[in-house]
Design a protein around this ligand. Structure first.
Ligand SMILES: Nc1ncnc2c1ncn2[C@@H]1O[C@H](COP(=O)(O)OP(=O)(O)OP(=O)(O)O)[C@@H](O)[C@H]1O
Ligand SMILES: [Mg+2]
Length: 138
């Protein structure tokens, strides 16, 4: 599925479509260049899923946890990961198989640790405010 997002005003509608399409899927990997809008989209998805927690990029911690009424969302940003062992050591796989939502930025950094089954979200920058989001279930 491809969704065109013409400006931030359309991001919520796009995020709703993503959640509808992904149904019961819990693991989402976000691909896209720096500033493409991974964090912005994840924040919107978290809001739609109903967290009341403040969401932001997990800059200092690699992973942020946001509470839902039923479970949690784990938001990873692997941009600053030095090597894949670091992800392994933080218990990445325990988060992944916990049954909670996992939203992962920069999955390229953990290329050997990807789950077998996930939702791939690719964000392409079309202009300063326009994006194309491609969703595929792997
Ligand atoms: N349609 C859009 N969708 C998403 N972000 C948009 C859109 N239009 C403009 N933006 C802006 O683009 C920027 C995206 O930044 P964001 O931090 O979400 O990118 P990122 O992909 O997470 O980058 P990084 O790789 O550094 O983590 C924000 O300033 C956001 O306001
Ligand atoms: Mg980000």
């Amino acid at each position: 599925m491809k969704v065109e997002v013409a400006g931030l005003a359309e991001l919520e509608a796009a995020a709703k479509k993503i959640l509808q399409k992904a149904k019961e899927e819990k693991i989402f990997l976000f691909y896209g260049s720096m500033g493409a809008g991974k964090t912005t989209l994840i924040n919107k998805l978290c809001e739609l899923l109903g967290t009341k927690d403040h969401t932001s990029s997990p800059t200092f911690s690699i992973v942020n946890e946001y509470e839902l009424e039923n479970g949690s969302i784990y938001h990873f940003d692997f941009y600053r990961l030095k090597n894949q062992n670091e992800a392994f050591d933080m218990g990445y796989e325990d988060y992944l198989y916990s049954g909670n939502y996992c939203f992962v930025e920069w999955p390229e950094k953990i290329a050997d640790l990807l789950p077998e089954h996930y939702v791939k979200v690719e964000i392409k920058v079309l202009s300063e405010v326009d994006r194309e989001i491609e969703l595929s279930i792997k």
